[in-house]
Structure formats: structure tokens, C-alpha cells
Design a protein around this ligand. Structure first.
Ligand code: NAP
Length: 328
């Protein structure tokens, strides 16, 4: 079969490789859709640790071809939760499974979804409906991560929420906040992504902190950082109301410091939280995608073949691209 392997840092290739083996506890799927995420680009550049020679792709779904010893059936459509917690480390035993010290992420530490076929643990498969657009299954993983962040932010009906960053995570956060009954602003630089946010339900958009404060002088009760850059993390307190909360979903490069003023956070009692991965949120995400509660079609900027995946990961996303989906 064809698959895209990260041979090593800076060396990614789409090559012929053996069909995956259905290991003990595994299933095999024929991949229908696999999203290219910013993390894939971080892995390529060596900014995020990966196991050498791994087939990348951690946002994917497909059709079961070998159900192994599971209760699934060949022909079922499933989405893969890529994070395989050990269940026995001290974090897992406290229920903090996303902090598992032995996590084996599919598409990072074991072969993933940029391939015609993929084997992964059966207990990490979540069933999707037969009639679902096959491309939509690739959004369960980013939605599951965003749900965790919004759970931490404890978004309340009637509150004002500012989401920073108009990529997939930000545009999913906008929709979750709207479903929760909040008033939502998206702050992102690109006018294309601002228009998209308005079409997805955002009440108002801004391109800068000044534009945001012109609209909402006090800022928002909840600010959700989904850009993953130093400037926007630094900006977050200045657009947060006194007594408000901030959730950082964006990933900054390891070692990147950000200047914040603890006096301001303390004096205004602003809670600053971080959100990592998708603990127990993948099933909810799969349900929301299955029920079309979240509109993901407009987030698909282009579909590409497996032969184009290596180039797409090795280069920055084109301007205004939200998500490229590989269709093996
Ligand atoms: P993305 O496509 O790169 O989106 C980030 C967006 O931020 C860009 O579209 C960009 O839009 C906007 N942006 C960049 N600099 C900005 C600035 N100075 N001011 C305002 N907007 C700015 O990434 P994504 O896939 O949506 O992911 C977002 C972040 O979440 C990434 O850091 C990713 O690694 C992280 N992530 C975290 C988790 C987790 O578990 N915590 C899970 C998945 C992803 P413009 O074109 O408008 O500038």
C-alpha cells in the first residue's frame, strides 16, 4: 500500500510499504479521510517529538476491514481516537488520562492515517453513521481537543467569549460557544477567516486587540487562545474581563517564553488555564459530527491525494487554508 512516512526530522516521503498487521486488540480500517494538522508540520521540523519512520496522520476515519476480536463489524465507519493511555500510570489512575506518561499516539509514535490502511487499538475506535460524508470523520479529533478546552473554560449561556485564531480549532471553538448560548467574537487577522466565522455563527469579528476592545470595551468573560503564537497569548489578559477566565489551547514552540504580568492577573483574579488533548471527549465529538451539530464542510479548504501529503506537510499552509484533507 501507499503511505506517508516521517523517515526522520526534515525527511518525509510517500512510499510503498507493507499492509498493516492486525495486532492483538487491534482493528484495521481502510482510511477514507485524514486531516493535515499543524502538529504534523511541527513533527516534520522536529519541534514536537515523534518516533522515526512512523506513518503520520492522527486525525482520521475510515471503514473497518478487519475487526480483529472486537465487537465491531467489517464495513462499519469509525473514527480513531489517536491517544492510547496506559491506564496504570499515576496520572491515569487519577483519571488524568491525557497526561499519561506512557501515551502512544497513533500517527506520532505508531503508524497513523496517511495511508491506504491503518491498524489501531479497537477500544480507540468510535462508530460513525454509514450516511455521514466520509470527509467529516477527520474532524472528530480536533473537535474532541476543542471540547476539552471549552469544558475547562466552563462556557456559560449569556457570557461573552472571545476566540483568538481562525484555524480549525478556533472555528470549532466559535461553534461550541454558540451552541452553549454565548455571544462570540472571533479575533483573527485574515478577512477570509473572519467572514467564515460570521457564516458559522460568530456574532462579531476583529483583527486586532484594539478592534476587539472597540466592540467590547470590557473584553470577554472567557478568552480562548487558539492561535498558538506568543503575541496572542500575551494579548489574552488584556481582552479578558476582571474576574474572567483564559484557556490556552494553542501550542507554542517548546522553550518559547511569554511575558505576562502576574500582578494584573492576581489583582483582577483572572484564571489562566491550559488544555491538552482529548480526555474522554472523543465520543462526544463523534456524536456531534454524526448529528451534524457542528458545521465542518466549510472548514475543508481542499482535498489532496496521498502523493501530495509529504509536500503539504513540508510547506506552510497556503493563506486562508483552514484544513487540507488527504483522501487515500
Ligand atoms: P492554525 O490553522 O494554524 O490556526 C491558527 C490561526 O491563528 C491561524 O489561522 C491564524 O489565522 C491565527 N493567527 C496567527 N497569528 C495570529 C495573530 N497574531 N493574531 C490573530 N490571529 C492569529 O492551527 P489550528 O489547527 O487551528 O490549531 C490552533 C492551535 O491549537 C495550534 O497551536 C495547534 O498546535 C493547537 N492545538 C492544540 C491542541 C490541544 O490539545 N491543546 C489540539 C490541537 C491543536 P490568520 O490567518 O487570521 O492570522
Amino acid at each position: 500500500m501507499r503511505a506517508t512516512r516521517l523517515v526522520d526530522t526534515g525527511n518525509i516521503q510517500t512510499i510503498d510499504t507493507d499492509m498493516p498487521v492486525c495486532g492483538d486488540g487491534d482493528i484495521v480500517i481502510k482510511v477514507e479521510a485524514a486531516g493535515i494538522c499543524g502538529t504534523d508540520r511541527h513533527l516534520y521540523k522536529g519541534e514536537f517529538p515523534a518516533v522515526a519512520n512512523t506513518i503520520l496522520g492522527h486525525e482520521f476515519s475510515g471503514i473497518v476491514t478487519d475487526a480483529g476480536k472486537s465487537n465491531l463489524k467489517p464495513g462499519m465507519r469509525v473514527t480513531c481516537d489517536p491517544n492510547t493511555w496506559c491506564g496504570v500510570c499515576h496520572q491515569c489512575r487519577k483519571g488524568r488520562v491525557n497526561l499519561c506518561v506512557n501515551n502512544i499516539p497513533t500517527g506520532i509514535a505508531r503508524d497513523g492515517g496517511f495511508a491506504e490502511y491503518c491498524a489501531f487499538p479497537a477500544h480507540k475506535a468510535h462508530v460513525l453513521p454509514e450516511e455521514l460524508d466520509p470527509l467529516h470523520g477527520a474532524f472528530c479529533e480536533p473537535l474532541a481537543c476543542t471540547l476539552h478546552g471549552m469544558d475547562i473554560g466552563n462556557v456559560q449561556a449569556g457570557e461573552r467569549v472571545i476566540v483568538i485564531g481562525g484555524g480549525v480549532i478556533g472555528l470549532l471553538a466559535v461553534q461550541i460557544a454558540k451552541l452553549a448560548g454565548a455571544q462570540v467574537m472571533l479575533l483573527t487577522r485574515s478577512e477570509g477567516k473572519q467572514s467564515l466565522a460570521l457564516s458559522l455563527g460568530a456574532d462579531v469579528v476583529a483583527g486586532t486587540k484594539e478592534e476587539a476592545l472597540d466592540c467590547w470595551a470590557e473584553g470577554a468573560e472567557l478568552v480562548v487562545e487558539c492561535a498558538g503564537v506568543e503575541a496572542t497569548v500575551r494579548m489574552a489578559p488584556s481582552i479578558t474581563q476582571t474576574g474572567g477566565r483564559i484557556v490556552i489551547l494553542g501550542v507554542l514552540p517548546q522553550g518559547q517564553p511569554v511575558s505576562i504580568e502576574p500582578f494584573d492577573l492576581l489583582f483582577r483574579e483572572i484564571q489562566m488555564h491550559y488544555s491538552f488533548l482529548n480526555p474522554f471527549t472523543h465520543e462526544r465529538a463523534a456524536q456531534m459530527i454524526a448529528n451534524a451539530e457542528i458545521d465542518v464542510s466549510p472548514l475543508i479548504s481542499r482535498t489532496i491525494s496521498l502523493e501530495e501529503v509529504a509536500d503539504a506537510i513540508a510547506n506552510d499552509a497556503p493563506n486562508n487554508e483552514v484544513r487540507a484533507i488527504a483522501v487515500p
